[in-house]
Design a protein around this ligand. Sequence first.
Ligand code: ZN
Length: 284
Amino acid sequence: MKKLNILPINVEDVANLIINDYKQQAKKELLNANIEYLKDFETEYIEKANQVKLFEIERYNEEEVVINKKLMINYYENRFLLENSGARKLYDEILIMTKRCPYCTIGTVKTIDHFLPKSYYPYLALTPSNLVPSCTDCNKGVLHNYPSKAEEQSFHPYFDDVESVIWIKSELMISDSLFFQYKVISEKPQEWDEVKYQRAQRHFNDYNINELFSLNANDELNSIREKSKDMFYKNKDLLKEDLEDSYASCVSALGLMHWKTIMYRELSTNDWFLNGCEGNDYLK
Ligand SMILES: [Zn+2]
């Protein structure tokens, strides 16, 4: 997951632009009358997100309606999303924060994801801290998902920083050929508590990290196979040095938790691979 710095805009900014856009007085007034209510929810959301307690936020309850769910979703879909509307410029500002999806770090940003889904939390539909630029797979994949306890709260790009600790590893596997698979490391990182470790597992599963990372790593492995074999047969120390160099440049250019960095960490320390895969001719 990639950390993003939240933009300096709040739900009041979004609501005011939507109010300006509407011609219908009734819709203007309704949103205007509920700004304080939405601001309270925004404050609570930020507080709970920081404390990993988003599960404590109340879900939409038909019987205790303050602001109608349909109306909130209407404000989002028919105004915030609307091309050329006044509020759309804030939507676009969120959309262009990053080109890569912060959840999976692989996909391209195409949409905005509600971290707490608007179907259960309609009063957070316009709240910028709940709006995360995302690829379509990550947006659809965890649709209607919400945490019911701290351990189920996957990492939030605005509130969690998980890029400086190693929490994913790759393993070199053999079947007909060599391939990589990715896993959350089997022991909790020292810097983390148990809840954060469980959240890592949740994030890893929810966003299909193994599938996405291994797809890329296996292409990379195929592209360096011949070169690695040549190096090994010329001088096996050269192969180790080359892989260590690749690892070091990945760490500085891409960060510790990039799929490529994780892959080269494994290759450059895997004695079986460094010793020519025990004469298996790199298992062509
Ligand atoms: Zn994604």
